[in-house]
Ligand binder design. Sequence first.
Ligand SMILES: Nc1ncnc2c1ncn2[C@@H]1O[C@H](COP(=O)(O)OP(=O)(O)OP(=O)(O)O)[C@@H](O)[C@H]1O
Ligand SMILES: [Mg+2]
Length: 343
Amino acid sequence: MFGKKKTTVGLDIGSSSIKVVELAHDRSGDRLVNFGVSEPLSEAIVDGEIMDRQLVHEAIANLLESRQIRNRSVVTAVSGRAVIVKKILMDRLSEEDAKEAIQWEAEQHVPYDINDVSLDFQIINPNVDQKKMQVLLVAAKKEMIQNHADIIREAGLTPVIIDVDSFAIQNCVEANYDLRSDEVVALVNIGAEITNVNIVENQVPHFTKDLSVGSNAFVEGIQRRYNVSQPDALDALRGKSSSQSIDVAPIIQAACEDLSVQLDRAIAYLKSSGDAERVDRILLSGGSARVPGLREFLNTRHQVPVDVVNPLQKIAYDEGLFNGESAENLAPSLTVAIGLALR
Ligand SMILES: Nc1ncnc2c1ncn2[C@@H]1O[C@H](COP(=O)(O)OP(=O)(O)OP(=O)(O)O)[C@@H](O)[C@H]1O
Ligand SMILES: [Mg+2]
């Protein structure tokens, strides 16, 4: 009753590593009390889907144990191609009636058997005109969500909320930045396998999609071009001195051109649908946000300011937690986990 502060735990199960964040909340605001990043998980998770269940639940349990995180209730998220987020127009209905109707609406927008997906929705504009309302539809394969929840239970934890990576990122950024209501911001979270893109304006996600771009593709590109081992390619990606003869910029550019083309398409789509005229700013997060040359490439390519997110901008923390490593360097990879713990 005394002294024991209530905490929330965010758990981000990524394909390269598992990230956990524990936040405490009191009158003065949010405080990071603990965090941890697991050892690299090779091949256990592919495109957001967990392949090696035992390896993953053991890694989760070990991570919480080693960080001495006692709170067993965790907020987690899913991502990848099996998760679909779409803004749709449908007939104006009450929330209650929309629950029924969404099933039928979703069939037109989801490329999977509707019986195999879990649906959720939020009415974002109840009266677009006299007949229509705008709804944010979220669909994810049931099997994937079930799998995710099972693995968390196998690790001895309780999944209290299963969110979507892109929304967690948005939540984290909105909590840490005072975005102008007319500002259109592209949130781009670059991981190992997946890049989560979420274009938001005034807290509304206009366009949300996960792309198959990430540091794995950069590493493969470096290996092919320079005929080096994977560890050497990884060193080069992190700007380590032993790899001075490797110029990663052209490889990053080639790999990111794909991402940029998709961003261009998303912006064109937002223009044609009347949702937004432009993107004003790009905010990068994820472990690969700091890959050399990436920020500069996107800045030149899209002609807008590009910054790396500081997910701890408004969250208090003890420098000692980072064990001598720079918080600034590590924090972008905790964006999803922090956004989840802020739920
Ligand atoms: N300082 C750094 N410089 C460059 N790259 C880095 C740095 N730190 C981490 N990375 C890269 O970021 C990747 C991990 O990013 P992140 O933790 O966001 O991925 P993930 O969430 O595990 O994967 P995904 O979401 O794609 O399934 C690593 O594969 C690593 O190559
Ligand atoms: Mg990730």
